[in-house]
Design a protein around this ligand. Structure first.
Ligand SMILES: [Zn+2]
Length: 281
């Protein structure tokens, strides 16, 4: 379970989630974190109840660190990772624990990709990226993360978020189970289910997704290799900087492109996140 925060149950304003921005009130940011913790605990209980024998729960929002170690549902079957980068087998990597021993991948708390109309806080990784494409297909963070999981052939089971995020997931991952807990009124505000009802819906869908995995109805996201990865940047200077790296081609003023040979390398060339990472990044 790879948790982002924008798509969490009952979390309806920008101030709840982009807590690093100027003017954010501490009590609102704190309420956002409480909603995240409550949603994770509810989904984890649902997954265990549906028969998951082991769970790795990772907080990826803003690199992680938004959960409360003492407040998470404690169970020997669950491992909580407070950061999206960490050590596995002595090496620094993105999403430690995600490997061939994992049966299914879930992306709760997520948001739609950059440029999506009618979406709550749409973006892709960082605000510098206007569009991210794999073999010509425009994808957001769910697509990037699912592609990374695709390195080990891990199927994508569930997405949770606003209507736009769920639509994006359904378009990309046929057969995925979604939990649509809200809809954007404008890019900074949502309306939708109250937190408790949204958590109940999500818990029910987590159970369904695990049932579907058992039934063999879930597929990994594995674009054809080698993959052509293209990024249109928000500003030409960003494209210029990216194009100085070996193997990266400047397509036009805003756009850079490269080829990667493994699904696990989908963003390593541009964001440093992948396998065998250098410690300085
Ligand atoms: Zn986020």
């Amino acid at each position: 379970m790879l948790w982002d925060m924008e798509g969490v149950s009952g979390l309806l304003t920008r101030e709840h989630v982009w807590f690093w921005e100027p003017g954010v009130r501490e009590q609102v940011a704190e309420e956002g974190r409480r909603l995240l913790v409550a949603d994770i605990n509810s989904a984890v209980a649902a997954a265990l109840g549906a028969g998951a024998d082991e769970l790795i729960v990772c907080d990826t929002h803003h690199g992680g660190g938004n959960t409360r170690p003492g407040e998470m549902l404690s169970d020997p079957r669950v491992t909580y990772l407070e950061k999206s980068r960490g050590i596995q087998d002595g090496k620094l990597r993105w999403l430690p624990g995600l490997d061939e021993t994992v049966d299914g991948f879930m992306v709760p708390g997520h948001h739609a990709k950059a440029g999506t109309a009618g979406a709550f806080l749409p973006h892709t990784w960082m605000l510098d990226w206007a569009d991210f494409r794999i073999n010509g297909q425009s994808v957001g963070e769910m697509g990037i993360e699912a592609c990374f999981a695709g390195h080990w052939g891990i199927p994508v089971l569930l997405a949770q978020g606003d209507e736009a995020a769920c639509r994006e997931a359904e378009g990309m991952f046929p057969g995925i189970v979604t939990a649509c807990v809200k809809r954007a009124v404008d890019p900074n505000t949502c309306e939708g289910l109250d937190a408790a009802s949204a958590r109940r819906l999500t818990a029910e869908r987590v159970g369904q997704a695990i049932g579907k995995l058992r039934g063999g109805g879930a597929k990994p996201f594995r674009p054809a290799l080698p993959m052509t990865v293209t990024i249109r940047m928000a500003a030409p200077q960003k494209a210029g900087a990216a194009a100085t790296q070996p193997g990266v081609r400047r397509v036009d003023e805003f756009t850079v492109e490269t080829q990667v040979g493994r699904h696990a390398d989908v963003v390593k060339w541009i964001a440093g996140a992948g396998l065998d990472m250098e410690a300085k990044r």
